[in-house]
Design a protein around this ligand. Structure first.
Ligand SMILES: [Zn+2]
Ligand SMILES: [Zn+2]
Length: 377
């Protein structure tokens, strides 16, 4: 199960509601919780995967990023199997109410596995830009719900604001070894400190011992000109606060670029289709279209332009990242056949038909019918 889909892991489909996901997660986590299968590495692996899947799918932003980019959305810059902080981060708050009641009897306390004692969780944010914004680059202010170290206790969770003393049961390791029936020994989470390695005697009244406080931060992001769709930007240290003064996580911003009314983009080139009147195509002329930079672009239509022909306009595409150079604009011309002709217009076209007859003014048509003739001979 090296790389299973998160939805498959939880046994829900892609349209599942937040409640469905939560329910499926609890059910799946109950089935393979390592405390129920001591020593069973398969169950432990499965439990990790389920946690990883739930960590992503329970969060709207992360879920949207996953739907769009898959696991690639969370790769890089983070150690461990759990993409949001590494190690056994486990959704303690979601699981504790289920498991503490089951395990408290023989575990002597909450059995939510050892908590992540190091780095804060990474956050993700989905930012949608217009093509114009991607062209020019821009500054965006985004609001993220995150945590920072509690002001009152400096992140230690203690009433005196100093680091809590080392746990006497496990001497700070957060784990204890237990033997059951002689030689069978297994390691479990320290029941005294619940894996934290330190015991807070008097909890900080402001954060109730968590050491963190919830905040909504405004983060200014500078989007460089030429940014591409599906780019991931990292804002180092803007994720959740680390536990007890450890390093903060990072914020990952996933950029998507909205569809544009006129232009399609492929890397630094832009593509568009412009209708050309039949007369303009036949006689030649000029048409104007608005460029992505807001300037007018004049396109020369040569006499005898065919429908579907392409004009390349150099330097009118998107900018290359960190460069003043720009890609090109490709305009496909589509000759439009006139409709709703007035009587006079029809007469003129009839005259034109009589005049042009079988001459060389429509080479493609002529060639086509000549080929057909050959086929029948
Ligand atoms: Zn301990
Ligand atoms: Zn506090």
């Amino acid at each position: 199960m090296a790389d299973e889909d998160y939805y498959t892991l939880l046994g829900v489909d892609k349209s599942a509601s937040a409640d469905d996901i939560k329910r499926a997660f609890r059910k799946a986590a109950m089935e393979c919780h390592p405390d129920l299968h001591p020593g069973d590495t398969d169950a432990e692996q499965k439990f990790k995967k389920i946690n990883e899947a739930y960590e992503v799918l329970k969060d709207d932003q992360k879920r949207a990023a996953y739907d769009r980019y898959g696991k690639a959305a969370f790769e890089g810059g983070m150690g461990g199997g759990n993409p949001f902080g590494g190690g056994f981060g486990f959704n303690a708050e979601d699981l504790s109410d289920v498991f503490s009641s089951i395990f408290s009897d023989f575990m002597g306390g909450g059995a939510t596995s050892s908590k992540n004692r190091t780095r804060g969780s990474d956050l993700s944010y989905h930012l949608s830009l217009t093509l114009e914004e991607a062209f020019k680059g821009c500054e965006k202010e985004i609001q993220v719900k995150t945590t920072e170290p509690c002001e009152a206790c400096h992140g230690f969770g203690t009433s005196d604001g100093k680091e809590a003393p080392v746990c006497e049961t496990c001497h700070g390791s957060g784990k204890v070894r237990r033997s059951q029936g002689g030689f069978l020994v297994f390691e479990t989470v320290c029941p005294t400190c619940h894996g934290e390695g330190r015991v807070i005697k008097d909890k900080c009244s402001k954060c109730h011992g968590t050491g963190t406080q919830k905040v909504e931060k405004t983060i200014k992001v500078t989007i460089p000109a030429g940014i591409e769709d599906a780019t991931r930007m990292r804002v180092t240290g803007a994720g959740e606060a680390g536990i007890r003064g450890a390093q903060s996580g990072d914020l990952y911003i996933f950029i998507s670029i909205k569809d544009h009314a006129l232009y399609q983009r492929n890397e630094s080139n832009l593509y568009t289709m412009v209708p050309v009147s039949m007369t303009c195509a036949a006689l030649g002329g000029k048409i104007e279209i608005p460029g992505i930079d807001g300037q007018k672009i004049e396109i020369d239509i040569k006499e005898g332009t065919q429908s579907g022909s392409e004009v390349r306009i150099k330097g009118q595409g998107m900018p290359f990242l960190k460069s003043t150079r720009r890609g090109d604009l490709y305009v496909t011309l589509r000759v439009e056949t006139p409709t709703h002709l007035s009587k006079k217009e029809k007469e003129l076209l009839e005259q034109f038909r009589e005049l042009s007859g079988d001459d060389d003014c429509q080479p493609e048509t002529k060639g086509f019918f000549e080929k057909i003739k050959e086929l029948f001979e």
